[in-house]
Design a protein around this ligand. Structure first.
Ligand code: F6P
Length: 359
């Protein structure tokens, strides 16, 4: 007999359902009896005891369905130790729910912040497993997160579509890609979509270099240029400032422009006089069905989690390293960010293709 709790927390992405299906099918097919408690809307469900008992049937037919059947919410890690507005101790409340239901394990699907809370619950003595989801691919200890390649597909399609209109009108186009503080999604979609310029937070840009790259294209007879810009892109000027000053400058930009792309667009327009358009695919990047790669990754990660539960091994994130599914101690990965190395093979390959990073 196994009793497990499941929750999905943080921003949604494709393949959350596929991963939960992997866990539940992996257990249902291999243990005598299984009780599954699905906590609603992320950690909220665990804190306030909002759950549904689910059966293996609930996980049938959801391999291809995006979003999460459990709902999700953001519960910032830094507020977990802060009582709620009625004075409730959230960590104690989560422990009480866990013990009341006599769970063998809590399986937590989420990104970096979610992982930190999972690690906190581990430190508090609960059996937890963390399964790494995010379109940002910024989780340390795993080469890939589920959701990432599905989002790469969508952002790439956006760049593909922009290509035809940009070339017809001889315009400069900025496609703004999600990714929070890292540039994985922009880098992959930028390469896959054949962008001419890629701007990511890990390689701060110099606007003069960006303009030079555009002018070089014009001089070579290309009337249009496509920039893939990460939502977290930052200029060299700002990156060189002390952290506090950086924050202040970014806040000023956020007040004046809908996002960094509009500031870059204005700067380019002022220097080149060219016609520029900004396209923001936004949350479409997190929507729709998981791509086949993510369906396979999720099934592998979910089924490994099921095996760990059968073996009573807890306190891990289940990730993928060099193509092999691995369990990584939460104590080793929680709280760390995986960013793009400016010297990575991907960046080098892009530079060899003539893609400018504005550096
Ligand atoms: O972490 C996933 C992500 O989509 C980021 O790429 C983005 O910065 C953020 O979530 C958007 O968050 P929200 O859905 O809360 O607007």
């Amino acid at each position: 007999m196994k009793r497990i709790g499941l929750l999905t927390s943080g921003g949604d992405c494709q393949a959350l359902n596929a991963t939960m299906r992997g866990v539940v099918k992996g257990l249902a097919n291999n243990v005598d009896e299984l009780e599954v408690y699905g906590f609603m809307n992320g950690y909220k469900g665990l804190i306030y005891g909002d759950y549904r008992m689910l059966s293996a049937k609930d996980f049938s037919g959801i391999l291809t369905r995006g979003g999460t059947i459990l709902g999700t919410s953001r519960q910032p890690f830094k507020l977990m130790r802060v009582p709620d507005d009625k004075g409730l101790d959230k960590v104690e409340a989560m422990k009480q729910t866990y013990y009341k239901l006599r769970l063998d394990c809590l399986v937590i699907l989420g990104g970096n912040g979610t992982q930190k809370t999972a690690n906190l619950l581990r430190e508090e003595g609960l059996n937890v497993l963390h399964l790494p989801k995010t379109i940002d691919n910024d989780i340390y200890g795993t080469d890939m997160t589920f959701g990432f390649y599905s989002a790469v597909n969508i952002a790439t399609e956006a760049i593909d579509c922009i290509h035809t209109t940009a070339s017809s009108h001889n315009r400069v186009f900025i496609v703004e890609v999600m990714g929070h503080k890292v540039g994985w999604l922009t880098l992959y979609a930028g390469i896959a979509g054949g962008a001419d310029i890629i701007l990511i937070p890990e390689i701060p840009y110099d606007i003069n270099q960006v303009v030079e790259a555009i002018n070089t294209r014009v001089a070579r007879g290309s009337g249009f240029t496509i920039l893939a810009v990460a939502e977290g892109a930052v200029s060299k000027e700002i990156a060189a400032l002390p952290k506090k000053e950086q924050k202040k400058k970014m806040e000023e930009i956020a007040k004046k422009y809908p996002s960094i792309s509009y500031k870059i667009s204005e700067d380019i327009e002022q220097q080149t006089g060219m016609e520029i358009r900004v396209t923001v695919p936004g949350h479409t990047q997190r929507g729709g069905s998981p791509c086949p790669y993510d369906r396979v990754l999720s099934t592998r990660i979910g089924s490994e989690a099921a095996q760990l539960i059968m073996d009573e091994q807890y306190g891990y994130m289940v990730g993928i390293i060099n193509g092999k599914i691995k369990k990584v101690p939460l104590a080793e990965c929680a709280g760390k960010l995986k960013s793009v190395s400016p010297n990575s093979q991907e960046v080098m390959a892009a530079k060899r293709m003539g893609i400018s990073f504005g550096d």
